[in-house]
Design a protein around this ligand. Structure first.
Ligand code: SF4
Length: 429
């Protein structure tokens, strides 16, 4: 895992909604130092912006799920007009996503939006871009220059530079596209530089994860602006998650990427949840809430563990605010070792569950009572942590596995001895 790449720093938001910083590490124009901000999570509303109540509800839902910044589409004047009603009712910075009509950017800026996204592929008129830059400059707003693979193909000029870059990327699978992307960005960012405007983030999204990795790598070597990572049109969550995580992990582990959006053809709340989980997994964000460890189950399982795990997640995801590690293990064969370090753990087997809190055995209950007792122990432990009576991650005593032929029994040994009836009842989602 490489250290974060040093970039300029961009700030989004205001005193009312809070300020989210993106990137950092390079000094500001006045020479004051910056340090890289935590990688932020963005998402985008799926509904119409002019449907004010629904849009506010969606923004607030995304913010509650953990989105740091929310983007809204403003294809029509009624959408930018609606921003005047929406903005006072939300508590997260809002980005207006502008395509084709630069006037939408000016209207959104007038309405008080916190950031503008421009697509060089469909707003390329120099005078129009300068108008937007000057309006943002007057209000101290940043701009994301968001190149999309799908909207740059038609480009015809800058042939010379493309030819040069084509040679640079000649050995690359996506050499031609990379040359277009870099050329487009260079040309576009020249306008910003001429206007002495540097509050810029850059994105270069594609639906192809390998192109995303190479495009952002190339961009990170050429520009010092913070990067907004994403795989666009990634599909439904099932496949989109893999594509996004493949590309974003490759970049983030190389220190590239300052803010991320995972995009799904699904409820955007999943985008936020999965982006956060990715950042937690890479240690790029401090976890808020439950860190759930669960075994995948195997032929030793003797309880309905899949349902139990889902229920634990569902009940605790909104009720635990401290980064508590909770282990739900299917048996005692590997469970105790794998649950080491967990604050609360349950080992199930033989239709019972034994619950430990920081290594101390606190309960042994029949299967129907496991969920309620586990939730109660987690909430009680959280209370103690919040009162300063207990410390997360502090294992007081070793987890000593229950006697394999005792209370829980060993699924493995019982199966071997023919003591367990088969087929075992396993509910699969
Ligand atoms: S904890 Fe037990 S049931 Fe779960 S996978 Fe490991 S051995 Fe199998």
């Amino acid at each position: 895992m490489k250290a974060r790449r040093a970039t300029r720093q961009v700030s989004v938001g205001d005193a009312r909604v809070g300020i989210i910083r993106i990137g950092g590490g390079l000094p500001r124009a006045d020479g004051t130092p910056t340090t890289p901000a935590p990688v932020s999570v963005q998402s985008m509303t799926a509904g119409y912006t002019h449907d004010v109540d629904a849009c506010v509800a969606e923004i607030n839902k995304l913010a509650a799920a953990g989105a740091d910044i929310v983007r809204v589409a403003v294809p029509e004047k009624k959408d930018t007009h609606a921003l005047r009603e929406i903005l006072p009712r939300v508590r997260v910075p809002i980005v207006a996503d502008v395509h084709f009509h630069f006037q939408r950017a000016l209207e959104a800026i007038d309405a008080g939006v916190h950031k503008i996204r421009l697509n060089p592929g469909n707003i390329s008129d120099r005078a129009q871009v300068i108008d937007v830059i000057q309006a943002c400059k007057a209000r101290g707003l940043p701009i994301r220059v968001g190149v999309n693979e799908g909207s740059i193909i038609e480009r015809r000029d800058k042939q010379k530079r493309m030819k040069e870059l084509g040679q640079v990327f000649s050995t690359h699978k996506h050499g031609y596209l990379l040359a277009i992307i870099i050329t487009k960005l260079e040309e576009y960012l020249d306008i910003f530089r001429e206007q002495d405007f540097h509050d810029i983030t850059i994105s270069a999204k594609s639906m192809d994860a390998s192109l995303v990795i190479d495009a952002y790598t190339a961009i990170s070597e050429r520009f010092d602006h913070p990067l907004h990572l994403g795989v666009t049109h990634a599909g439904p969550r099932e496949t989109g998650c893999i594509r996004s995580v493949a590309a974003l992990s490759a970049l983030l582990t190389q220190g590239v990427g300052d803010t991320v959006r995972i995009s799904y053809a699904s409820d955007p709340v999943y985008e936020v949840e999965d982006a956060l989980e990715l950042l937690y997994a890479l240690g790029l964000r401090e976890r808020k809430g439950i860190d759930l460890i669960a075994c995948p189950t195997c032929g030793r399982i003797q309880v309905d563990l899949f349902t139990l795990v889902q229920d634990v997640r569902k009940h605790l995801s909104t009720r635990i605010s401290v980064p508590m590690k909770v282990a739900v293990m299917g048996c005692i064969v590997n469970g105790p070792g794998e649950a080491e370090g967990a604050d609360v753990a349950v080992f199930a087997g033989d239709r019972r569950g034994i619950i430990y809190v920081q290594g101390e055995r606190v309960a042994s209950v029949p299967e129907p009572e496991i969920l309620d007792r586990l939730l109660a122990e987690c909430l009680a432990f959280q209370d103690r942590v919040l009162k300063g009576e207990a410390k997360l991650g502090e294992k007081k005593v070793e987890i000593i596995p229950p006697d394999p032929i005792g209370e829980l029994g060993s699924g493995f040994e019982k199966i071997a001895k023919g003591q367990v009836q088969t087929p075992l009842t396993i509910s699969r989602p």
